[in-house]
Design a protein around this ligand. Structure first.
Ligand code: TMP
Length: 210
């Protein structure tokens, strides 16, 4: 059996990730694929508890290094218990964020050296990488304005504009390094136009894989 397709969705604040994730899921299902949707950090019982800590721990200070290690602890669990088994069964795995987010947030945002992240990536993932990553890109000011009316911002959402500029730059640098895998979607456009861009990429990539 052919291994399933592994697709990840990435983007900064206010890029419309949830809306577009639902669109991608529906699009893939309409091609007859069995699609499982998951997220990082999270996707397993332990992973969701780690997520809770990483996003909502208010009373403890988490260093950048511990944050990085917790992201990968959640990822190891997620890969072994959920992602790999699903791919082996031929399912399409659609994951809301993955290791590109670590390079963007812990690397770009927090300033953790890339080599350190790369080391953990190889250790935890071996040679497993997403087949396709859709990067929903929106200028930081636009994204923050869109996301601005969220009532209870999490540990990351509380960061300032400069942090998110570094996150965005790290994402775009990654896309420039790996243009085949990481496809940039201009998420600043109207909803239908963003969906058209996404559908075009999916069509192209899935067609090429057959
Ligand atoms: P979100 O999935 O609702 O956007 O929230 C997840 C948050 O976690 C988001 O602010 C990005 C952050 N994150 C990292 O900092 N590193 C990672 O490796 C992942 C997967 C997420």
């Amino acid at each position: 059996m052919q291994r399933g397709f592994f697709i990840t969705l990435e983007g900064g604040e206010g890029a419309g990730k949830s809306t577009h994730l639902a669109f991608v899921q529906k699009w893939l299902q309409q091609t007859g694929r069995k699609v499982v949707v998951t997220r990082e950090p999270g996707g397993t019982e332990l992973g969701e508890r780690i997520r809770e800590l990483l996003l909502h721990a208010r009373d403890i200070d988490i260093s950048s290094e511990s944050e990085l290690l917790l992201m990968f602890a959640a990822r190891a669990e997620h890969l072994n218990k959920f992602i790999k088994p699903a791919l082996e069964k031929g399912k399409t795995v659609l994951c809301d964020r993955f290791t590109d987010a670590t390079y963007a947030y812990q690397g770009g945002g927090r300033g953790v050296p890339r080599e350190r992240i790369a080391l953990l990536e190889t250790w935890v993932q071996g040679d497993l990488r997403p087949d396709l990553t859709l990067l929903l890109d929106v200028p930081v000011e636009v994204g923050l304005e869109r996301a601005g009316n969220r009532s209870a911002p999490d540990r990351f959402e509380r960061e300032d504009g400069e942090f998110f500029q570094r996150v965005r730059k790290a994402y775009l640098d990654a896309a420039a390094r790996e243009p085949e895998r990481i496809r940039v979607v201009d998420a600043g456009q109207k909803l239908e136009q963003v969906e058209q861009q996404i559908a075009k990429i999916l069509q192209e990539v899935i067609h090429a894989r057959k």
